[in-house]
Design a protein around this ligand. Structure first.
Ligand code: B12
Ligand code: SF4
Length: 492
């Protein structure tokens, strides 16, 4: 059996990092971890080939080679998935689809032969058994949440790691919280399920064996869902592991209560974590109550962010506008919060209702749903009747994102951040890509760019005030270039 594993293209969005990747000569930000994990669950005797369309095109000879195509996607990849699936269907291939997009929107893909939905640890064995017996059904679903201590390590050998800016590892699934708009708990439950420390170390070792020495993203929904396991087991083991592998930086996603736990922050930083994405959502108390973001309520969120930065963690923040309780003053409130906190990478989205979430159910009950979600909450669209006048909301949203990434505001925010940031110095590995990125940034941002004066001002400021952070200042400036372009594209 010859299996083609197919990963559709991401549109030019905030998280695609498309405009930043060019500076370091990479094709995609992250590898398709779900698909590579599924590949490891297929019979060893099957031949496997990966085509990640973010890295290279699907060729006719790939299709001619394959007996069956396994496709994975999240909602944001829907527009690329459709023509790819049509092409596989036209070539007469059997198509098996799984992953978050198909789990919530299977009915939109009539050309798919088999849907193996939810977590493959549960559904794939049933499918494979039936397939071998020639009686495979069209749809396999499950409500059971598997023990991921049985999940095999991804088949990294299928991917060309050099094409990616970062690698991914998953330690846990699920999140103890219950935010109304979130799809994660609907899919993965509230009880964080973790892999064993030995599994995580084996996955990291396998990446290093394949020559990977760059950043690794722990793709957990909430890395600190099980603090005890982290403190007593995983983090001490990672600290130990890093001793033999200096310079592999980690980053992850976590909830804001990380800022309450100095010991946990310290352990994470010692283990090599230098960045954390946090869903801050809104500085307005009413908005936090409305979306049931309990962990963000009744606290000084700016002070929390500063505490994390001082501990050595760069905070990337997720923000939302479009809550029922939002008035037009929300746009200015968000700007003030983001500027003050020094969150350089601020992903501001319009609230969208993803099927399967409590928000989607509430809006359906209220008769306010209108159309599909695009899955990309940073494209300035929404799929429900908003309380704020729609034009006011959309115009305010585009103004907000434009303002945040205007060179003056953006470079000022980097300075605010660098003033507070106290990273642990872990010697990184040298790569020819760094000087190259520096030169490219000098040309693109420092000569051609509209904010060239601001760019050089930042570099001079950093050189005198925080000289060890100059590479970081350049990296963040490159991110800003991408965010400016992706938000500008979304507002057209
Ligand atoms: C890492 C990640 C990303 C990375 C993607 C990296 C990559 N190349 O895949 C980045 C940061 C780019 C990202 C971005 C976004 N993401 Co994201 N992301 C995740 C996250 C945290 C982990 C995904 C992962 O790697 N999991 C580990 C692997 C092992 O699990 P998996 O992929 O789910 O695969 C399992 C099953 O789904 C299944 N499976 C998967 N594929 C297949 C294929 C077949 C054939 C079969 C049989 C089974 C199968 O088996 C696997 C093992 O159980 C998830 C949350 C989550 N827990 O899943 C959100 C998630 C996938 N993202 C989500 C969203 C909404 C986004 C964004 C739109 C956010 C935004 N507002 O901009 C963007 C869109 C991307 C873009 N560029 O525009 C949603 C998707 C909702 C949906 N139903 O599609 C999720 C579920 C989080 C959420 N809030 O709800 N994301
Ligand atoms: S904290 Fe994050 S992952 Fe957890 S429920 Fe809220 S939005 Fe979802």
């Amino acid at each position: 059996m010859k299996v083609l594993l197919l990963y559709p293209e991401f549109p030019d969005t905030f998280w695609s990092f498309k405009h930043a990747l060019k500076f370091i000569g990479k094709k995609a930000a992250f590898p398709p971890l779900g698909l590579l994990t599924v590949a490891a669950m297929l019979p060893a005797a099957w031949e496997k080939r990966l085509v990640d369309v973010n890295v290279r095109q699907l060729r006719d000879r790939d299709l001619a080679w394959a007996d069956v195509v396994f496709v994975s996607a999240m909602i944001a990849q829907r527009d690329s998935a459709r023509p790819l699936i049509a092409r596989c269907h036209a070539a007469g291939k059997t198509i098996v689809a799984g992953g978050p997009l198909f789990t919530i929107a299977a009915e939109q893909f009539p050309e798919v032969d088999h849907f193996v939905l939810n977590e493959a640890e549960v559904t794939l064995p049933d499918f494979l058994r039936d397939w071998a017996a020639g009686v495979a059904r069209r749809v396999y679903t499950a409500t059971e949440l598997p023990d991921i201590r049985q999940t095999p390590a991804p088949l990294w050998e299928l991917a060309d790691l050099r094409r990616y800016a970062s690698m991914s590892v998953q330690y846990s699934r699920g999140c103890p919280f219950d935010c109304e708009f979130c799809n994660v708990t609907a899919m993965f439950g509230h009880r964080p399920r973790t892999k064993s420390t030995a599994q995580v170390l084996a996955e990291l070792d396998s990446l290093v064996r394949r020559g990977w020495h760059g950043t690794v993203f722990f793709v957990d929904d909430n890395f600190i869902g099980n603090k005890r396991a982290l403190k007593e087991d995983l983090l001490p083991a990672l600290i130990q592991w890093q001793r033999g592998h200096r310079g592999i930086p980690f980053y992850t996603e976590a909830s804001i209560n990380l800022a309450d736990d100095a010991a946990l922050m310290q352990l994470m930083v010692a283990a090599g974590f230098n960045q954390v994405f946090i869903g801050i959502e809104t500085p307005e108390a009413a908005g936090l109550v409305e979306c049931n973001k309990r962990q963000n309520q009744n606290r000084d969120l700016v002070a929390d962010v500063k505490r994390l930065q001082r501990a050595g963690l760069e905070v990337q923040g997720g923000f939302i506008v479009g809550f029922d309780s939002d008035s037009p003053s929300i746009f200015q409130r968000q700007i003030e919060f983001i500027q003050q906190s020094g969150i350089v990478t601020a992903m501001v989205g319009l609230l969208q209702a993803v099927p399967g979430t409590k928000l989607h159910q509430r809006l359906a009950r209220q008769g306010r749903l209108c159309g599909d979600t695009t899955g990309n909450n940073a494209d300035g669209t929404t799929n429900f009747i908003t309380r704020m006048n729609r034009d006011t909301l959309v115009t305010g949203y585009h103004r907000l994102t434009k303002h945040l990434y205007e060179p003056r505001q953006f470079y000022q925010r980097i300075r605010t951040f660098l003033r507070d940031y106290r990273p642990l110095r872990i010697p990184g590995r040298w790569s020819w890509r760094y000087p190259l990125a520096f030169v490219r940034a000098g040309i693109r941002l420092g000569i051609i760019g509209r904010g060239r004066f601001q760019y050089w001002r930042l570099l001079v400021w950093t050189l005198f005030r925080r000289p060890t952070l100059v590479p970081m200042a350049v990296t963040l400036s490159i991110y800003g270039h991408h965010f400016r372009k992706s938000y500008r594209g979304a507002s057209r």
